[in-house]
Design a binder for this molecule. Structure first.
Ligand SMILES: Nc1ncnc2c1ncn2[C@@H]1O[C@H](COP(=O)(O)OP(=O)(O)OP(=O)(O)O)[C@@H](O)[C@H]1O
Length: 755
């Protein structure tokens, strides 16, 4: 999974939008599908037989079918009819003659969906708000009025109530509180209060008095906007976050920044290369989202920063904030905090607060060595999981999106994917098939009932000019009434690599007491992941895949021919199957409408497999690339067959390569890099990524030069590289777009659009 975390955003569509029925060629296609399904399930022509009427019959687990975990793709021949007439094309010039292809069954040979025996655990919970107002704190009146009128906040959250007085007393603190509980203001307020109260008024040219380290530039911008922008004009806040030209950052540093917010990598960059950066007057060091900072591999950078600050100033106040208290965070607290107060906001049952709600120093229960940490999860967050066979993943995701964003009101959803390519692929696929555009033909791959009001947005760390685009998109979005904090659904299409990552992902909803829900989509072979979550006191309830797909019966555009106008009849498994098949055909037709699209889908599939191979060792027994049925997985990319060179043999060859002793040394750093790349927090500018990119460029340049010297001309490397060549060369999980052959040009989705 490379730079992970893609993200799709949805806005609601009017639930009153009248469904339109399929017309013309679309209807003909649906009929073909319905007939195909009928042929495959002849028994269901009438009422389904008794034994198939049960819920389980929805996904008939064929006895003959080997378990998905043991199967390999054999390149099943697709059924192809002679191309009597041109298929429906799309309006972008890629129209071409293609054979009329019947999609293979979505519902045959799927692995059995196991009963989910999820242990019910009592989740750790926190109370978000207190009844106390900010006025009760001894703050400057202007600061209070800014909080009340500009930030529009009156009551303190629990973490603010506990932390602000402790920090105003001048103590170091280790603060743990759930996502979206207001940790940012818990330190911003004391910092601003203490700096404005300084006897000699702060000058801009004094340089930094407070240093705030955050994991990503997105967080740095949000921190800047939320906490430090307004109150006292003579205190100048500033952000260093990459994306901007280093030269202009240097100029701003030269002018002076009093509250410096930065990502660790970028700051180290300046420490090494910018002469006029200094820490002489540092009074505050804040490590916000410490768990993510460590997850992203910034431990070394933090050490460099701590050394640089310690060399210039010894006395300061240190604060470390985190939503999860992992071993790494505790270690970081040990080296960066001096005699800290531990603030952990748990509910009354856990007895963390005294009756007045003040923090109880040193009272936080830390997990015993080896015992997993229990994470606090917002009470208002409903967590769900669904087990979906690989073949049904794409239709299930689409159905779920339609269910929430088409039939429910005011829903906003974030979908997390495991790599940038997956974001790009699904974004373009859904935009092209689920949305209607002005002037678009009624037929083609577009679903007729799509709405112009349903919107998709993509965000990932691999986007060119990330910062500008990211924020201009956000601004546009905000202008249309969208507000990221009001996200109602989090969907994790690919499981996260750690419980902490899971917490941070779902933490994008149910913030500050709002309601929110999350859905984790797992394959049947990954069901055990639920136990792994439970060991961290994370409770999920199951949604059946048939319930997700049943939404398709609410939309007549997925209607097969057989059901006519029987709108009122209860949707049976057979009808759901037919409609899911119609939707899958829409996707497959789109993907197969041109060679380029097929190639994009294959690249996305390849990225998925690469990402799948980077799960940490302790999760390998659940997520192992060998447990993937590639043919089935290919279907979830709209491909009718798996690319031949993604065979298990090729993967085995790669495994053999990885087992070679001389590769062992490299593996650990590769894992580290993979973790960085797979994180949705990765902004693409982290030191590790930049370093690897640079190394690759240098290697490529060196290689070309050697080639030129050897060959005496400008021929480039002829080392063979097959698409999807997992078996060729030393394949390893990489950032999307970086192929393993050092001489290979970058191939990827950067700035490119889906064909
Ligand atoms: N006292 C308050 N009253 C109302 N809203 C608040 C208050 N404090 C913070 N918020 C809002 O709550 C939201 C979440 O705050 P913040 O980002 O600081 O949470 P967090 O605990 O740092 O979350 P995460 O760990 O996910 O980063 C923000 O939109 C913020 O504006």
């Amino acid at each position: 999974m490379a730079a992970v975390g893609g993200l799709l955003l949805h806005v609601p569509e009017s639930p009153t939008a009248a469904p339109r029925t399929l017309s013309g060629s679309r209807r003909a296609q649906a009929r073909r599908q319905a007939e195909a399904t009928k042929r495959k399930h002849p028994a269901s022509r009438e009422a389904p037989p008794a034994k198939r009427r049960s819920e389980a019959s929805f996904l008939p687990a064929e006895r003959a079918a080997a378990k998905e975990t043991q199967r390999t793709f054999k390149g099943k021949a697709q059924k192809t009819f002679s191309p009597k007439k041109p298929s429906v094309g799309v309006s972008d010039g890629t129209r071409e003659q293609k054979p009329c292809v019947r999609t293979s069954s979505l519902f045959k040979n799927n692995p059995e969906i196991p009963e989910l025996h999820r242990p019910v655990v009592k989740q750790v919970q926190e109370k978000v708000f207190t009844s106390d107002a900010f006025q009760e704190l001894d703050l400057h009146p202007h600061l209070i009025s800014t909080i009340n009128t500009v930030l529009n906040m009156t009551r303190m959250t629990s973490v603010q109530k506990q932390s602000i007085p402790v920090l105003l007393e001048g103590r170091d603190a280790l603060v743990r509180s759930q996502t979206g509980s207001g940790k940012t203001l818990a330190y911003c307020i004391p910092v601003v209060q203490s700096l404005q109260a300084m006897k000699s008024k702060i000058q801009r040219s004094d340089g930094p008095y407070a240093l705030v380290l955050v994991p990503t530039r997105e967080v740095s911008s949000l921190t800047f906007g939320m906490g430090f922008k307004q109150p006292f004009t003579w205190i100048v806040p500033g952000v260093l976050m990459g994306g901007e030209r280093r030269k202009s950052e240097k100029a701003r540093l030269r002018k002076g920044i009093n509250i410096l917010i930065s990502t660790p990598g970028r700051l180290v960059d300046h420490i090494k290369s910018t002469k006029n950066i200094h820490f002489r007057r540092i009074q505050w060091l804040i490590l916000d989202e410490a768990d993510r900072i460590l997850d992203l591999g910034f431990e070394k950078d933090i050490t460099v920063i701590l050394n640089a600050i310690n060399a210039e100033c010894q006395k300061r106040q240190n604060v470390l904030l985190s939503a999860t208290l992992t071993e790494g965070v505790t270690r970081l607290a040990d080296i960066s905090l001096l005699n800290p107060v531990r603030i952990s906001v748990l509910d009354q049952h856990h007895g963390q607060s005294d009756p007045k709600g003040r923090a109880v120093p040193e009272a936080s229960p830390l997990p015993a060595a080896g015992e997993p940490d229990s994470f606090a999860i917002p009470e208002s967050l409903d967590q769900h999981v669904t087990l979906v066979p690989s073949k049904l993943r794409l239709v299930s995701l689409a159905a779920f999106i339609l269910q929430q964003c088409k039939f429910e009101k005011d829903q906003k959803m974030i979908v997390f994917f495991s790599s940038c390519e997956l974001v790009e692929f699904h974004y373009h696929l859904f935009v092209q098939t689920l949305l209607s555009r002005p002037g678009a033909p009624a037929s083609g791959q577009l679903l007729p009932s799509a709405s112009t009001r349903l919107k998709f947005l993509r965000l990932h760390g691999n986007m060119e000019q990330e910062v500008t685009i990211f924020f201009s998109v956000l601004k546009d979005v905000a202008a249309r009434g969208l507000d990221l904090p009001q996200v109602t659904w989090i969907v994790q299409y690919n499981a996260p690599s750690s419980p902490a990552e899971y917490i941070h992902r779902i933490g994008r909803t149910a913030r500050i007491g709002c309601r929110g829900s999350s859905l984790l989509i797992l394959a049947p072979s990954e069901a055990e992941y639920v136990n792994s979550l439970a060991s961290h006191k994370i409770n999920v309830s199951e949604i059946k895949v048939e319930d997700i797909l049943s939404v398709l019966t609410r939309d007549d555009c997925f209607k097969g021919s057989r059901w006519g106008s029987q709108k009122s009849r209860a949707a049976g498994p057979q009808e759901i199957r037919e409609r899911a098949t119609v939707l899958q055909t829409v996707f497959e037709d789109y993907v197969h409408s041109s060679e380029r699209r097929v190639s994009w889908a294959k690249k996305a599939l390849q990225a998925f497999i690469r990402a799948y191979a980077t799960y940490p060792r302790d999760l390998k027994h659940i997520f192992h690339v060998r447990s993937l049925h590639l043919g089935h997985v290919a279907k979830s990319f709209g491909l009718r067959d798996a690319p031949q060179n993604l065979s298990v043999t090729a993967l085995k060859r790669r495994q053999a390569n990885l087992n070679r002793a001389d590769l062992h040394k490299k593996t650990r750093s590769k894992h580290r890099l993979a973790e960085i790349l797979r994180s949705e927090y990765s902004s693409g500018m982290e030191a590790g990524v930049a370093k690897v990119k640079k190394q690759k460029q240098t290697r490529r340049a060196r290689h070309r030069k050697t080639q030129k010297d050897l060959l005496g001309d400008n021929r480039t490397c002829q080392k063979s590289f097959r698409f999807g060549g997992l078996g060729g060369g030393s394949w390893r999980p990489q950032r999307p777009g970086l192929m393993s052959c050092p001489c290979q040009d970058l191939v990827g989705s950067n700035g490119a659009t889906f064909p």
